[in-house]
Design a protein around this ligand. Sequence first.
Ligand SMILES: *Cc1c(COP(=O)(O)O)cnc(C)c1O
Length: 381
Amino acid sequence: MIPYGRQDISEDDIRAVEAVLRSDFLTQGPAIPAFETAIATRTGAAHAVAVNSATSGLHIACMALDLGPGDLLWTVPNTFVASANVGLYCGADVDFVDIDPQTYLMCPKALGAKLDAAKRAGRLPKVLIPVHFAGQTADMAAIGALARAHGVRVIEDASHSIGASYQGAPVGGCAHSDITVFSFHPVKIITTAEGGCATTNDADLARRMVLGRSHGVTRDAAQMQDAGDQGGWYYEQISLGYNYRMTDIQAALGLSQLDRLDDFIARRHVLARRYDQLLAGLDVVRPVQSPDGHSALHLYPVQVQNRARVFAALRADGIGVNVHYIPVHTHPFWRARGFDWGAFPVSEGFYHRAISLPLHTRLTEVEQDQVVTALTRALTA
Ligand SMILES: *Cc1c(COP(=O)(O)O)cnc(C)c1O
């Protein structure tokens, strides 16, 4: 089976992990701050907080923004369930903003209309999470401006898009948001096996996220209430936090992978351009690349007629296609919370026709030709 996505591990990556295993610290050692510094440098953000998953990163980001019971979080239906679940982790309510039919990203027009209605109803969201679907950046200039005008805080779910840029600046620099969160799951752009990182330019949000990732405990005397007459053993819990820490083994892998990020993205662009050419004559809708940014190209989603039949034919031919995403609000869990089919028609329409073709750095041109041959056969069957 040709997988839709997979990791790319080099001998250098393996040596980096091995070096940690032979060192004094497997966790809470020097690899974590080194990785965080590298992410901050790469993205241009002032602060980076490494965590054990993007889900954890989104959760501590919401906590840092004081999302709680009675508050509202909005995200898009066209995402992985984690982008919405983190609102419920905080006891907040969750609602959705539909996507743009061309880019499959949060639609600024739909957002504007929904914000106006929410303002009239007296129930504006506290936190908005646009998702950089497939590695392409949402229209952050428009989304950020709307959010600012309504006093809404913004977390970018950049799980698909480390290494991408938007209007000339790296994603993660938070030019139009409070916090950006990356995922390093093996199918994403770079990997730490499991892992994630939150970036921000706000020192207080970074401080709160560091507490959220490790039990709400601090060893920083400046943050303590009773530091004065205590000894060297002393630490204080000053808020509620979790154990969301990344290990040094993971951070070392991430640091090594980060060296290869530009090569990874360049390779994804070569393969995507090749798909664009090979699919040009077929009855498929190819993904549109916005001139506003440079995508990380996590996914290559196409839209086809008779999706179920085409999907089954491709899988039968050994092509590991996938579907991104089942609209979050249509899962049984969310329908039990009052949502239903029909609520976000653009996300639903895209879902009914979407297939993600294999796209990863180790995909060969021969394999890519196999994908296209199988797709051509499936479409004309
Ligand atoms: C993968 C993913 C997540 C969750 O990432 P983890 O690191 O697995 O927790 C969240 N949002 C989106 C859009 C994702 O693709």
